[in-house]
Design a protein around this ligand. Structure first.
Ligand code: AHR
Length: 322
């Protein structure tokens, strides 16, 4: 079974990289009306957020007349590195990617720099001392998202509160930062304790599996803090299967605000969602045009986002795009 999954995964990656090769062509500078080619190395398809982000990038590349070469790394850093190397070989005009994890990028980004191909970080950043390896970072402030979740927790805790945390992918910027921001805020209330914390890899199945284990090992769980909606939705399934009522017996805080999460919030099964906006495509294409033209861009572009209560989710759902 495992072998079969691995084979399927390899075929998907290979076809993604082959697709990158189609259209070939040399580097274009964009300075003389040439078509800009962008190599985009996506994390994977792990969540509703990611699906919306991919669609935004693909739609906006088309609208901007940018030739997009897209690859899906299936949440593996080595696949993203392979994709980036393939884009360098193809001499694309610009490389954009959302790093699966924070560390381990210097070598491949140095290769891009030596090939004179500008790099844009989108959604997630990297942990490197060498900021010359990329032109700009477009995405959310994940620490701030964690703080917003922590603020809600502090405001809504009545007495001793046991929290279990479903972390995102180990080593990924949003997992590290959302944990940090949340901890920063709850530190002011020693009554609130994170009694268990484990990665559910940002997936629904991961969230369900980890929550099942928490329900067995933890005698008292008051709140689930899930680093994304998908893991929160998986936790809901586990809570129901254990005969408890999500949103009431166990309160749930998540991050993202994708449609399925918002629906669960409106239904009363989630209690609070911190928004993380996946619609980065338009800003990404605008930045790409500028860096390819050699124009200055800000080193950091922060996405604007809010939070949702159950009442706010009911009001927002009819016009929610993703
Ligand atoms: O990097 C953004 C995060 O990645 C989203 O919050 C999560 O759903 C996704 O997998």
């Amino acid at each position: 079974m495992l072998k079969k999954i691995t084979t399927v995964a390899s075929v998907v990656l290979l076809s993604a990289l082959t697709a990158c090769g189609s259209g070939g062509g040399g580097a274009s500078t964009g300075s003389s009306g040439d078509t800009i080619t962008m190599g985009f190395a996506q994390v994977g398809a792990e969540s509703g957020w990611r699906t919306a982000n991919t669609k935004s990038v693909q739609d906006e590349a088309k609208a901007a007349g940018i030739d997009l070469k897209f690859s899906d790394a299936q949440q593996k850093q080595e696949n993203q590195i392979k994709a980036i190397r393939s884009y360098i070989q193809q001499k694309v005009s610009v490389i954009a990617f959302s790093p699966v994890v924070e560390t381990g990028w210097d070598t491949v980004l140095l290769e891009a720099k030596r090939a004179n191909i500008p790099v844009i970080l989108t959604d997630r950043s990297i942990d490197s001392d060498d900021t010359s390896l990329y032109k700009t970072f477009l995405g959310s402030d994940f620490v701030e998202e964690g703080r917003k979740a922590g603020d809600w927790m502090v405001a809504n805790a009545t007495g001793p509160t046991n929290v279990v945390e479903l972390q995102g992918t180990t080593g990924a910027a949003p997992a590290i930062d959302r944990k940090k921001g949340f901890e920063e805020k709850i530190a002011s209330k020693p009554d609130i304790k994170v009694v268990a914390s484990q990665s559910g890899d940002f997936t629904r199945s991961g969230g369900k599996q980890v929550m099942e284990a928490f329900l067995k090992s933890q005698p008292k769980i008051d709140v689930v803090y899930a680093h994304n909606d998908d893991m929160g939705l998986g936790a809901i399934e586990a809570i129901k299967a254990a005969g408890k009522v999500p949103g009431k017996d166990i309160k749930i805080i998540t991050v993202d605000a994708v449609k399925d999460g918002m629906q669960a919030l409106a239904n009363g099964e989630i209690n609070f969602i911190v928004e993380c906006n996946p619609l980065l495509g338009k800003q990404l294409m605008d930045l790409a045009k500028k860096v390819v033209a050699g124009e200055d861009v800000p080193a950091r572009v922060v996405t604007e986002e809010g939070t949702f209560t159950q009442e706010q989710a009911k009001a927002a759902l009819p016009t929610r795009q993703y």
